[in-house]
Design a protein around this ligand. Structure first.
Ligand SMILES: *Cc1c(COP(=O)(O)O)cnc(C)c1O
Length: 221
């Protein structure tokens, strides 16, 4: 099933758009199957969960962190992930800088934008993004690779369009500044129910879970 889902999805995406398979709660076998079918990037929300599966996945892929990163998990995260998509404060960036300096490693990151300006959501308010990236561009062990946004969740993906558009505008604006150690390669937006609209609004990285792996089990903690 995963194989067919991936093939169909990859077949319908326009050129220049990359799929990240959002793999929270999925097993190593499920992740392997997705990679064998053509997925090149795996997204994970929890560091501990990733450590449980990553060594069992033999197939080659890039691993992106897309969840909320706590400062006490930074050390593990920089050793595990190829890109941290969800950096949302200077404090977190400085913690990453500190750990990477010790390892003499440059960490690619993206900034998570709270494009809907929702109180309960993580991410940086759109009006603060430029300032934050300017501050980050002086850090030596961080390379800003783009922006990521979730946006408010709607039944109708059309309603997400303004938030994707706003994030795209920020992305272009920052690209034009041409700041040192800021590359603006990835504009990561759109999930299973909204990726088509996100692509129309300029996303070049879409984060897809359900459409690849099927519905998630409800988590009972
Ligand atoms: C789970 C998740 C996705 C994918 O969600 P689906 O609706 O299952 O496609 C994308 N981005 C983030 C940050 C997620 O946590």
């Amino acid at each position: 099933m995963i194989k067919e889902n991936v093939k169909r999805l990859l077949g319908e995406l326009p050129e220049g758009v990359t799929v990240l398979a959002a793999a929270k709660q999925r097993s190593a076998d499920e992740i392997s199957e997705a990679i064998k079918a053509g997925i090149r990037i795996i997204g994970e929300n929890y560091v501990q969960e990733t450590l449980r599966v990553i060594n069992e996945v033999q197939e080659k892929a890039k691993w992106h962190f897309i969840g909320h990163l706590q400062t006490n998990k930074v050390k593990k995260a920089i050793d595990t992930f190829d890109l941290i998509e969800s950096v949302d404060s200077l404090k977190l960036a400085k913690e990453i800088e500190k750990c990477c300096k010790r390892r003499d490693k440059i960490m690619p990151i993206s900034i998570e934008v709270n494009s809907g300006e929702e109180n309960q959501k993580s991410g940086v308010a759109p009006k603060d993004v430029v300032q934050l990236i300017r501050e980050m561009s002086s850090l030596d062990y961080i390379k800003v690779m783009g922006l990521m946004t979730m946006g408010p969740r709607f039944g109708d993906p059309e309603e997400s369009r303004p938030y994707f558009r706003k994030t795209r505008e920020l992305f272009e604006q920052i690209k034009d500044f041409d700041l040192p150690s800021v590359e603006m390669k990835w504009l990561s937006m759109g999930m299973t129910n909204s990726y088509k609209v996100a692509i129309e609004e300029g996303a070049n990285l879409v984060r897809i879970g359900t459409r690849i792996f099927g519905e998630r089990e409800e988590r009972h903690n």
